[in-house]
Design a protein around this ligand. Structure first.
Ligand code: ZN
Length: 292
């Protein structure tokens, strides 16, 4: 079986309330990236954060973070475009990664494209009630076309993100139109707990996606669980040939105490080794994903 790619999703917009090990600042992110790579991660996904944890969309923060990461490790880099915290037009959303791409030293290997739109309000099942009511993660077809063309034009690789089956259908349409070409990383975002935007983080939730991913399209499927414990699915993913994206950005994993991102990566690697599946190095993962 092909080797397992592990991606570390180290921070998103998570607080440090439940687990203080969420990295926010460039040097913290770089140290975490190095530690995660040492345990087997070959891709780092990060969001720029201010010292108080709020979203930081400044180009200089991204530039500083990538330089810091690369001074310590050679992991592939997958920065955010800002998720719902950057409600802007397509050009502005892509402007940081386009600027970063001008210098090979700061050019990320990937720029993400979420292949559709979805309500991402926070729900409290205990009340029950919604804590937010207007958060729409908007990725219009015109925006996605702009992203597809400009990510390729600036020598980065598309990193596709999928919240439900309609996102797969739009991905296949873009492949048919020649806007996207495999091999490509394809992140399946399952969601649990206070987030209802994706399929549940269960076998049935994942299988519903997999039923619609044609094996001949070279979509390297990767599984994450936003707001849920991914370990309920890691054995299935490892056995079925998928890849794993895990980290404190998605979930604080307090069932395990207060683990670091590197602890989570190590646990995935050890499980893969126990199940007889080797973990890909950065160079091996690059080859599998057609990077560089
Ligand atoms: Zn993210």
């Amino acid at each position: 079986m092909k080797k397992l790619i592990i991606e570390a999703r180290i921070n998103e917009y998570q607080s440090r309330e439940a687990n203080p090990h969420v990295p926010w600042l460039p040097d913290e992110i770089a140290r975490d990236a190095e530690a995660c790579q040492a345990e087997g991660a070959s891709i780092i996904h990060f969001h720029g954060r201010h010292a108080d944890g709020s979203p930081d969309h400044d180009f200089l923060t991204y530039e500083k973070t990538i330089r810091a990461i690369r001074s310590q490790s050679n992991t592939m880099i997958n920065p955010t475009l800002g998720y719902v915290t950057l409600d802007a037009d397509a050009e502005e959303r892509l402007s940081n990664v386009v600027a970063l791409s001008k210098d090979p030293e700061t050019r990320p290997e990937f720029a993400p494209m979420d292949m559709g739109s979805v309500n991402v309000d926070w729900y409290n099942p205990e009340e029950p009630g919604y804590r937010t009511k207007g958060l729409i993660y908007k990725n219009g077809t015109d925006t996605l076309e702009y992203f597809a063309q400009n990510i390729a034009a600036h020598q980065m690789k598309h990193y596709l993100v999928c919240w439900n089956v309609s996102f797969i259908r739009q991905t296949l349409a873009f492949m048919d139109m020649g806007l996207l070409t495999g091999p490509l990383p394809f992140l399946i975002v399952l969601t649990d707990g206070t987030m209802l935007a994706g399929h549940p983080g269960t076998e049935a939730g994942l299988d519903a996606h997999l039923a619609f991913i044609p094996p001949d399209r070279q979509l390297e499927w990767i599984v994450s669980n936003f707001n849920g414990n991914l370990f309920q699915l890691t054995e299935k993913v490892i056995r079925e040939g998928g890849h794993i994206a895990i980290g404190l950005g998605d979930y604080p994993y307090t069932e395990l105490g207060q683990p670091s991102n590197a602890d989570l990566v190590r646990k995935v690697r050890e499980q893969a080794e126990t199940l007889g599946r080797e973990v890909a190095t950065v160079d091996e993962a690059k080859e599998m994903l057609g990077v560089g």
